[in-house]
Design a protein around this ligand. Structure first.
Ligand SMILES: NC(=O)CC[C@H](N)C(=O)O
Length: 256
């Protein structure tokens, strides 16, 4: 089983480290030929416009679209979610190329600018039912996008409840008025459509490997479907195995 991580820009090293904690070797993908060798692909967070320019430079878009179409699992985190979306709003002037495949509209910087980045506990019932562990997952949102609407084949995996009148961060000019709380708006932050998984936040920046473990299971299932006669091999680089519940506290890895 070989997992590629698009390594043009952004948090690809962190994804590779998270895979390593599960005993899986992630392969850095920068060229079309490399993409042809992997069974699944992670598109990391970063800056989607820059990543798109680099992907264009390396002529990766046709191969990425083909990869999505073949049904191989692809997981986009943050900028990776933007890449996978069929439609994006809030793009820089002139827009940017998207890989597409995921029937949804994303807003590139839904939660505001870099300083409005935040962390929040997100409830993800599917992840808890498949991977066990805590009821919630620590979502690290860095100038994060959000999903504005989804097509009929898209499964919504997680919401982030934003109080309608609540400003996420206070500043000298903006005060949070908790007492006037209005009903919450449930913003979509994680989705799945067949072979495509997408999160607006960064699981690779936490010690919780359940999202990676879940993605590995998607990869194994897809491989078994494709080659039902041959068994897949995990390249073990550590002691732990895929699917093992992680005992580590769920804190951002940069605090370790
Ligand atoms: N952390 C991220 O990946 C941020 C993505 C960013 N909003 C973009 O447009 O690319």
């Amino acid at each position: 089983m070989t997992v590629g991580v698009l390594a043009l820009q952004g948090s690809f090293n962190e994804h590779i480290a998270a895979l390593r904690r599960l005993g899986v070797q992630g392969i850095e993908i920068r060229k079309v030929e490399q993409l042809l060798t992997v069974s699944s692909l992670i598109i990391p967070g970063g800056e989607s416009t820059t990543m798109a320019k680099l992907a264009e430079y390396h002529n990766l878009f046709p191969a990425l679209r083909e990869f999505v179409k073949t049904g191989k699992p692809v997981w986009g985190t943050c900028a990776g979610l933007i890449f996978l979306a069929d439609r994006a709003v809030g793009q820089k002037e002139g827009g940017q190329e998207l890989v597409g495949g995921l029937d949804c509209t994303v807003h590139r910087n839904f939660f505001g600018s870099q300083i409005q980045s935040f962390e929040a506990d997100i409830s993800v019932p599917l992840l808890t039912s498949k991977e066990g562990g805590a009821e919630t997952f620590r979502g690290v949102f860095i100038r994060a996008p959000a999903v504005l609407d989804v097509g009929p084949d898209v499964e919504v995996l997680a919401h982030y409840p934003v109080p309608s009148n609540k400003v996420l961060y206070s500043s000298s000019t903006v005060q949070i008025q908790e007492e006037d709380a209005l009903p919450e708006t449930n913003v979509i932050v994680a989705v799945k459509q067949r072979n495509l998984l997408a999160t607006a936040f960064h699981p690779e920046l936490t010690a919780d490997t359940r999202w990676h473990s879940y993605f590995m299971k998607m990869t194994t299932e897809m491989e078994e479907e494709a080659t039902s006669s041959t068994s897949s091999t995990i390249v073990s680089v550590g002691e732990s195995s895929v699917g093992t519940a992680q005992a580590k506290p769920d804190i951002p890895i940069y605090q370790n």
